[in-house]
Design a binder for this molecule. Structure first.
Ligand SMILES: Nc1ncnc2c1ncn2[C@@H]1O[C@H](COP(=O)(O)OP(=O)(O)OP(=O)(O)O)[C@@H](O)[C@H]1O
Length: 209
């Protein structure tokens, strides 16, 4: 469940953003749409506790993020939210297998190799497991981002333009995998996107003004 009320955020005095209230029920799968600059990425960063709102409240699965300090937020995110970003941030000195396992160690759980390999097999990236991030293409890194986001079986998955660097085949594969995984684990899914290819897969659409 994702609930946001009366959210406001400003990057500068001249630039203030306010958002309509949002309520996404547990297990719902939803797209976040809006023209460029409407605040999709900002909203995703607020919902995942990366940015702190100037005003308003955010609850994820009935936990009020406003009540958590930085350490609490980081721990809550590692345990409960799978994030997929437009830009792929990986630790360059680690292999992809080690990178995918990182959320497990952040959340204080031991590594689940079966889960990691099952996800990498589903995404067709197992042969790249021993490579380092700088050796991979953007599309390959994107698929590793998906594996990393899902490794902890999060109850909420939030993605920002996850299919922008994928060809049609991998875009289709991504949507199938993410929807299937969210269904299997009862996770709520929110995807911010411009990608017309994925719209038909979702009934629920939130539009930002
Ligand atoms: N770090 C920043 N500093 C100042 N202004 C910012 C910053 N990040 C975003 N903005 C501004 O805030 C507004 C919302 O940006 P945001 O990236 O959230 O929109 P978006 O809908 O995700 O855009 P796009 O679809 O182009 O990715 C834009 O006007 C943008 O210029």
């Amino acid at each position: 469940m994702i609930e946001a009320k009366n959210l406001q955020y400003h990057y500068s005095e001249k630039h203030k953003l306010s958002f309509s209230n949002i309520f996404i029920k547990e297990k719902e799968q939803c797209l976040l749409k809006g023209i460029s600059g409407s605040g999709k990425t900002t909203l995703i960063h607020l919902l995942s506790g990366i940015l702190t709102p100037d005003q308003g409240t955010i609850s994820i699965n009935n936990v009020l993020l406003n009540n958590l300090n930085q350490f609490g937020l980081d721990k809550f995110r590692a345990n409960n939210i799978g994030l997929i970003f437009q830009k792929h941030l990986f630790v360059q000195s680690l292999t992809m297998l080690q990178n995918v396992g990182l959320p497990k160690s952040f959340s204080g759980k031991s590594s689940d190799k079966n889960r990691i390999f099952q996800l990498m097999n589903d995404l067709g990236i197992t042969p790249l497991a021993d490579k380092k991030p700088f050796e991979l293409s953007q599309g390959e890194l994107q698929r590793f981002s998906v594996a990393r986001a899902l490794v902890n079986k999060p109850k909420v998955v939030i993605a920002d333009e996850p299919t922008s660097s994928l060809d049609d085949k991998n875009c289709e594969r991504f949507i199938e995998l993410i929807k299937k995984n969210c269904d299997q684990h009862g996770a709520t899914l929110l995807i911010a996107t411009h990608d017309a290819r994925i719209e038909s897969h979702f009934n629920q659409i939130i539009r930002l003004n």
